[in-house]
Design a protein around this ligand. Structure first.
Ligand code: BGP
Length: 492
């Protein structure tokens, strides 16, 4: 019986290329979806790309000259050595980031990759290893080349499978000696939230503020989801072929699963289960290797059964993911047909009367550490696979005191509460690979496109209006997390 964190537990942090690198047009990089969307989410106005049923194409409706915070972000592209040194200073043995697809294939449909982009990640992953950190690399963190969306319609088009596999084979081959832990699509359930919310098929982070970003029919969404399932399985197959000693997992936004029924009313209980199934669908197919029984009624009632080609189900069956990576930030309640609404910074439906935890602005997401233990247990019961918490953290509007210090007490509280519940989950028999705190240094928020949701152990002087020196300053939580890691989670 394991009590406490295992000896080989992975301790570290997680970011995404589009939220920290900046240099959005440097090194031969093309434009990706998040270069023209994140800011628009912040503006809460029209989506950046709109599906036109007549022309059967996406029509860009973004201002190509508008500057978004993510264009320079926090300049990780040029400052990653300083930032990784700071992470190593806390004792990280793992660090997660993503490869920005448009650095490797600027338009996404080229045959030859961009060498400058490949070289950047060679240097980045080598530096991680030099500092004793295992690279945990996300293949797509909403960073689809924009050209693939406007020219082909993104994952609504079967051609995406081949473009995706060309990109995947290129990076697996290039980084096979540097990267042994891969995640396929970041929060794929969030991107394709179906059918309750019109998640974007454009492989970009949706927001209820911009619904419907994609304007696609539900049939196109389930067809696109099937293309992603085939692409995911072929990615697993390629990973085993090119990097036999690597592990590869799916990555899901699983705060959604912790959408409790608001009451013991059977309508709420059954409704919550159905809501959860829209998120379980992804891990059911990607980890069990087959469509679940409940999907047939959804396909029938929505007339959205995808075209499934000869061999599709076989490749899916033969190539399940080896672990489930996920993000957990908050919980929600399911009431009157409404559950968690990701991307809007909070749960719709009703507030949970039992969660009186302080949720400071701009965070607002309901803090529920026990929900993480619950989640780890239900996932273990359902899949009996290793679990990897690759996002957990809290974004606060950290301000320096009169001595220029950042005393981020609640962040330390938040981490302590969640790690305590992870420890209990391990004792419950859950096989948990690691804990990667989201945003170990301040980065651009995916949901708001701004800097005011600061997650970091390290403050970065960058403001919403684009001003700032980019100076890095340790917050009080830096030494706290260093102590936690040094004690392998014993000293919380
Ligand atoms: C998750 C995304 C991350 C990160 C996180 C926090 O959904 O996978 O990219 O952004 O949300 O959200 P935000 O940055 O909006 O605070």
């Amino acid at each position: 019986m394991t009590t406490g964190f295992p000896k080989n537990f992975m301790w570290g942090g997680a970011v995404a290329a589009n939220q920290c690198e900046g240099a959005y047009l440097e090194g031969g990089k093309g434009i990706n979806a998040t270069d023209v969307l994140v800011g628009i989410i912040a503006e809460g106005t029209h989506p950046s790309i709109k599906w036109n049923e007549e022309t059967k194409r996406y029509e860009p409706c973004y201002n190509p000259d508008k500057v978004y915070l993510s264009h320079d972000a926090v300049d990780f592209y040029h400052r990653y050595k300083e930032d990784l040194e700071l992470m190593a200073g806390m004792g990280f043995n793992a660090f997660r980031t993503s490869i920005s697809w448009a650095r490797i294939f600027p338009n996404g449909d080229e045959v030859e990759p961009n060498e400058e982009g490949l070289k950047f990640y060679d240097d980045l992953f080598s530096e991680m290893r030099r500092l004793g950190m295992e690279p945990v690399i996300t293949l797509s963190h909403y960073e689809t080349p924009l050209h693939l969306l406007t020219e082909y319609g993104g994952w609504a088009n079967e051609k995406m499978i081949d473009f995706w596999l060309r990109y995947v084979e290129t990076v697996f081959t290039r980084y096979k000696d540097l990267v042994k832990c891969w995640l396929t699509f970041n929060e794929i359930n969030n991107l394709f939230r179906i059918p309750f919310a019109a998640g974007a098929m454009l492989d970009i982070n949706p927001s209820d503020v911009n619904e419907p970003i994609s304007g696609l029919t539900i049939k196109q969404k389930y067809q696109g989801a099937h293309y992603v399932f085939v692409a995911n399985a072929k990615t697993v197959e390629l990973c085993h072929k090119i990097i036999p000693d690597a592990q590869i997992g799916c990555m899901l936004s699983l705060s959604h699963i912790v959408s409790y029924p608001y009451s013991c009313n059977p309508e709420d209980v059954f409704g919550a289960m159905q809501f959860q199934r829209n998120h379980y669908l992804w891990s059911d197919v990607m980890c069990r290797g087959e469509y679940p029984a409940y999907i047939h009624r959804i396909w029938e009632e929505n007339n959205c059964k995808p075209i499934i080609k000869e061999g599709d189900l076989e490749v899916i069956k033969n190539n399940p993911c080896q672990f489930i990576a996920f993000s957990y930030y908050m919980s929600a309640v399911f009431k009157d047909g409404v559950g968690m609404a990701a991307g809007t910074g909070g749960a719709k439906g009703a507030k949970n009367p039992y969660l009186t935890m302080y949720s400071p602005e701009p965070w607002t997401w309901p803090v529920d550490p026990k929900g993480l233990r619950y989640l780890c247990n239900v996932l273990t019961d359902r899949y009996r696979l290793p679990l990897f918490i690759v996002e957990n953290g809290i974004g606060l509007d950290d301000q320096a005191n009169e001595n220029g210090e950042y005393i981020d007490t609640f962040r330390m509280e938040y981490i302590k509460m969640h790690l305590s519940e992870i420890k209990e989950a391990i004792h419950d028999g859950c096989d948990i690979m690691g804990y990667l705190y989201w945003g170990p240094f301040d980065i651009v928020s995916a949901g708001t496109g701004e800097m005011k949701k600061r997650y970091g152990f390290v403050h970065i002087d960058r403001n919403n209006d684009g001003t700032g020196t980019l100076k890095r300053t340790k917050k009080k939580s830096y030494e706290y997390y260093k102590k936690v890691i040094a004690s392998n989670g014993e000293d919380l």
